[in-house]
Design a protein around this ligand. Sequence first.
Ligand SMILES: C[S@@+](CC[C@H](N)C(=O)[O-])C[C@H]1O[C@@H](n2cnc3c(N)ncnc32)[C@H](O)[C@@H]1O
Length: 215
Amino acid sequence: MKKKSIPATKKQVLAKYPDGIERLEIGSGDNPEPGYVHADIQASPKVDILADARKLPLPDNFVKDEIRAVHIMEHFCHPELSSAQMRNDIGTTLEVLKEMYRVLAPGGKFFMVTPDYEKITTSAAKRRVSFDRLQSWTVGGHLNMFDVHHWLWTHDDAEKWFSLAGFIELQDVNPIRARSKIWNLNWTDPKLGQNDRWFETEWYHWLFFEGVKPR
Ligand SMILES: C[S@@+](CC[C@H](N)C(=O)[O-])C[C@H]1O[C@@H](n2cnc3c(N)ncnc32)[C@H](O)[C@@H]1O
């Protein structure tokens, strides 16, 4: 039987989604969030669009409502501090944010989850989390070349780079209160008290951040 190919060009994407896309997830990998169209640089049966987040095969203003990016934005380099060669080979955080801005329709939202460098280093200094966890949160899973972290974000980075890309209404999003349907990450609210080792959880170490493309 002929293998079904995954849309990878603008023409193929337009043929499959002639009216645009409501909600897109980039870097969805093996963990796609239901309710989104899934794009990733690595092909798999769970991927709807084969694409590099640096240059999506989508027209401008194509995604109407939201782009979600969970554990991908740390896979890009720093826009100034990384070398020219690294920036060119891997791509930068700012470059990807600008690409998200381009494909989002005015009023659309970009939401990301990424390791929070400040939270992780604070936990490390207080020896709250085991070193093997800290290693993978810091450098990535290293399953392949797309599973390597190139820059860990701080909250200030997010504010700066989202603004430079043009996003407004920047805010932290508490996933437990704002997105109660999303439980596939290890999100446990310390205030709910179900987990007395809540400080080891992902919730406590990730940055949940969003911005809106102005209308
Ligand atoms: C750590 S996995 C996260 C997967 C999933 N979002 C999750 O939370 O479990 C990172 C994903 O980003 C994808 N990725 C890395 N670089 C990418 C790029 N330049 N463009 C698109 N996807 C990329 C990888 O292929 C991988 O599926």
